[in-house]
Design a protein around this ligand. Structure first.
Ligand SMILES: CC(O)(O)NCCCCNCCCN
Ligand SMILES: [Zn+2]
Length: 667
């Protein structure tokens, strides 16, 4: 299934007609450069074009009042003086004779996207729209927003597509208070927003943008605010919030639709955000959401005012929606102290609403720290500093162009015993030439018992050749059914050319000593017992009392432990090994297969015992890029499991700072 792109240049045909420094950044060029970048990169051509339409009054009234709508309806006929007067009643926004038309198109574009995704015409998509929406409220325009595109889309999806649970992820750097107000007491819409806050000193300066606004009445717990109390937040800060706040709760919520209020003023270079996260981070944020809701993800443009980082970030997002491998995560450090406080505060106030946080979040933090996050830049200058939101940055902020993300010609190759049929869409891997006598001798000497017949030599040779082609980016990923997954793992880690190999060892069974001792491997072992007492930072035993059949425990361990470790380790190859007798549920196994593809530029090899032919088809389908089926809402993880996860976190977080969920001196 494809990726929709909804855009019409009619939405560029309004602009600021008078002097107002606050509104200056919201220019038509924002849409033009974004769309142009998608066209020039070839990404637009890979998308399914979906036409825009005007929203109907009825759709606008899903969120807005009649009197507000009647007022806005008059603006096309207003002269400059009346437009300015009409604008005066609202904050940080401007009107134009054509903005009402464009605002209806922005909603219509968004609803067209929701229709395309919810009816299965496409898998996911992006709507490039302006005016943005997330600040507008029942009866008022605000923050460049006229109608609340995403809030209307959520109501529309519930009403017309019987969506039961809608997740809204607002990664724009401003708080979408309009969305928060709309769903304050609505448990069917989970609204998540991070936003520049600086202890309420940043616009829109609302007390209710802080982390303790959790929603009210039946909606309590369904509003998650993560305030950024310092500028300069970077890739590690954003990922930490996804791993330790958003994703655990999102998986517990189990949405059947994900709407992204995709503002890119949270990217480096933006004059509003003053953050440091680079455009490629949006590839990872998007990827991490794409296995929710069966992949039904709609990204809708909100803000973004640096035309260069905006265009790059839009491309990173769309390229990931299209299924291209995310870039290698840049050398990630740990989240800064201020970010950790925000993570800790959000987890603390939400622990009573979300069982995934129940035993994890520690008690409330004390006074916020005033330590500046970012050490002075190399040249001694400070990073972007907030000068009270006054004049924009003096010196230009520069960052590297996002790396090319070439999708290998072969997406998924399978190494299967001849008797096992190949899954459709994949190809059976068979290297041009077989093992030469040297390779055969090597394999026989190290890996085969004398009794083994020739077929295994060929099979073992094939998996090393497959990994070789993955590491040369000729093949993206693969699945191999082998006689002995332990031996295959030992062989592959010893022959891999990657500097780092992440081995995800799922099931009860010892990890081969040679793999453990190999200094280029990180082994994350998920099982019912911790077999090795190894205290090495490169062997991480995650234990589940009920074993791998415990879907909730395994999922929460994957989100809060495995993924942070994997992203911090930044492997060149990921081996996902399913041990014989492993009882991980199929849909959970697919979530792992899907999420791990965010690492190593998608070079994931799944190793399964050859008698487990049943999982070939669905695993292959996931490796081909089809979203893993939704797990639905998750129950509570076992308290003792969560406590053992937290003990593990405490032991490892010094070596792996992306595991942290609380600021150092708060522990
Ligand atoms: C869609 C959006 O969230 O990007 N709108 C941002 C509106 C910003 C209003 N100006 C604040 C003044 C302080 N610099
Ligand atoms: Zn914004």
């Amino acid at each position: 299934m494809g990726t929709a792109l909804v855009y019409d240049d009619e939405m560029t045909k309004y602009k600021l007609l008078w002097v107002d420094p606050v509104c200056e950044p919201e220019v038509p060029e924002r849409l033009q450069v974004s769309h142009q970048a998608l066209v020039r990169s070839g990404l637009a051509g890979c998308c399914v074009p979906v036409p825009v339409r005007e929203a109907t009054d009825e759709e606008i009234l899903l969120v807005h009042s009649e009197e507000y709508l009647e007022g806005v309806k008059k603006t096309p006929f207003m002269d400059l003086e009346d437009l300015m007067a009409f604008t005066q009643q609202y904050g940080d926004v401007y009107f134009h004779p054509n903005i009402y038309h464009c605002a209806k198109l922005a909603i219509g574009a968004t609803l067209q996207l929701v229709d395309s995704v919810m009816t299965g015409k496409v898998r996911n998509g992006m709507a490039l729209v302006r005016p943005p929406g997330h600040h507008s409220q029942t009866s008022q325009a605000n923050g460049f927003c006229v109608f609340n595109n995403v809030a209307i889309a959520a109501q529309y999806a519930k009403k017309h597509h019987r969506a039961k649970r809608v997740l809204i992820v607002d990664w724009d750097i401003h708080h979408g208070q309009g969305i928060q107000y709309c769903f304050e007491d609505d448990p069917s819409v989970l609204y998540f927003s991070w936003h520049r806050y600086e202890h309420q000193s940043f616009w829109p300066n609302l007390r209710e943008s802080d982390f303790d606004s959790v929603g009210s009445g039946k909606g309590a717990g369904f509003n998650i605010n993560v305030p950024w109390n310092q500028v300069g937040m970077g890739n590690s800060d954003y990922l930490a919030v996804f791993f330790h706040v958003l994703l655990p709760v999102a998986y517990e919520f189990g949405p059947d639709l994900v709407l992204i209020s995709a503002g890119f003023d949270s990217a480096i270079g933006d004059p509003e955000g003053l953050m440091c996260a680079t455009p490629d981070i949006f590839a990872h944020l998007t990827h991490l959401l794409m296995n929710l809701a069966g992949g039904k993800v709609c990204a809708v443009l909100e803000g973004g005012y640096n035309l260069t980082s905006l265009a790059q970030s839009v491309c990173q997002t769309v390229q990931t929606l299209l299924g291209d491998p995310p870039p290698h995560p840049a050398n990630l450090g740990g989240p800064c102290e201020s970010a950790l406080e925000s993570v800790h505060s959000a987890r603390s106030v939400h622990k009573k609403y979300w069982s995934c946080l129940q035993h994890a979040a520690a008690p409330f933090p004390e006074e916020p720290s005033t330590k500046t996050c970012r050490p002075a830049q190399q040249d001694g200058s400070q990073g972007p500093q907030s000068n009270g939101g006054g004049e924009a940055q003096k010196e230009a902020i520069v960052w590297p162009e996002p790396l090319q993300r070439d999708a290998p010609s072969v997406r998924t190759a399978l190494v299967l015993p001849d008797a096992v049929a190949c899954a459709d869409g994949c190809e059976r891997f068979s290297p041009a030439e077989g093992p030469d006598s040297m390779a055969t001798a090597g394999l026989r000497k190290h890996f085969l018992k004398e009794s083994e017949d020739g077929v295994n030599v060929k099979l073992l040779y094939n998996i090393t050749a497959l990994v070789g082609q993955m590491e040369k980016n000729e093949i993206r990923n693969g699945l191999a059914l082998v006689p002995d997954v332990s031996m295959a793992t030992t062989l592959l880690t010893s022959t891999s050319l990657s500097k780092r190999v992440l081995v995800v060892w799922v099931g009860d069974g010892l990890v081969p000593a040679q793999v453990l001792e190999d200094e280029k491997t990180l082994v994350v072992h998920i099982s019912s017992t911790a077999p090795h007492e190894a205290q090495s930072k490169y062997y991480v035993p995650i234990t589940l009392k009920q074993g791998c059949g415990d879907t909730v425990g395994l999922m929460q361990a994957a989100l809060g432990l495995l993924l942070p470790l994997g992203y911090q380790y930044a492997p060149g190859l990921v081996l996902l090994v399913r041990l014989p007798g492993c009882r991980a549920r199929e849909d959970l196994w697919l979530q792992l297969t899907g999420l791990l593809q965010g690492l190593a530029a998608g070079h994931t090899l799944v190793l399964v015992q050859e008698n487990e032919t049943a999982s070939v088809g669905i695993t292959a389908s996931c490796l081909l890029g089809n979203a893993a089926p939704s797990l639905g809402s998750l129950a509570a993880p076992g308290p003792e499991d969560v406590e053992s996860f937290e003990r593990l976190r405490l032991r490892l977080q010094t070596d792996w700072p992306l595991l942290q969920t609380t600021a150092p001196d708060k522990r």
